[in-house]
Design a protein. Structure first.
Length: 176
């Protein structure tokens, strides 16, 4: 899984964006996939678990930032039409795989570090994804989420109105 994430930037050379979306949805967003249950099993060394979540940063920098369009999934509209990857980018931390990290306290801070890394991206889809994820974990990690939301506003003072509203929703844990 870590290798897949680290090398995700090369996937569009071999697969369509729709195929990549389908694979990532199954692995990362599907409650039926057991990959992350296995990764977060207590028999797996913590260093290997962290490696997977640290590698997830590449999904933002090497894949989503380059292949997602300016489309707001939470509003189902945007100035551009979505690519197949916009949806999985938006829902990455919602159900299934990656969000399991937030139920395993030891790995949660590493997963929150993925959000912090993704805040560097200027692609609106990446920012929307971070807001979506932070909104879901606001109740479990209120201080850390507030800190990351503040960093987002510092790094992106000119957020579009749609993302400013979503930022407010994430700050109280009300995202869709």
């Amino acid at each position: 899984m870590a290798r897949l994430f680290r090398e995700c930037g090369s996937l569009p050379k071999h697969y369509t964006l729709a195929q990549i979306d389908q694979g990532l949805n199954y692995l990362c967003c599907n409650a039926c996939s057991n990959y992350f249950h296995d990764i977060l099993d207590t028999t797996v060394p913590r260093s290997m678990q962290e490696e997977v979540f640290v590698a997830a940063r590449h999904l933002y920098s090497d894949l989503f930032a380059k292949h997602c369009t300016h489309f707001y999934c939470h509003l189902d509209r945007g100035p551009e039409q979505p690519t197949p990857l916009n949806g999985v980018c938006h829902m990455l931390w919602d159900i299934g795989g990656l969000n399991l990290a937030f139920h395993v306290g030891d790995v949660a801070e590493t997963a929150l570090g993925v959000f912090e890394h993704a805040l560097r991206e200027t692609n609106p889809a990446c920012i929307e994804s971070v807001l979506h994820g932070l909104g879901h974990y606001q109740d479990q990690y209120p201080r850390r989420v507030a800190e990351l939301l503040d960093k987002l506003r510092e790094r992106h003072p000119d957020l579009p109105r749609e993302l400013r509203r979503y930022w407010r929703a994430a700050s109280v844990g009300y995202v869709q």
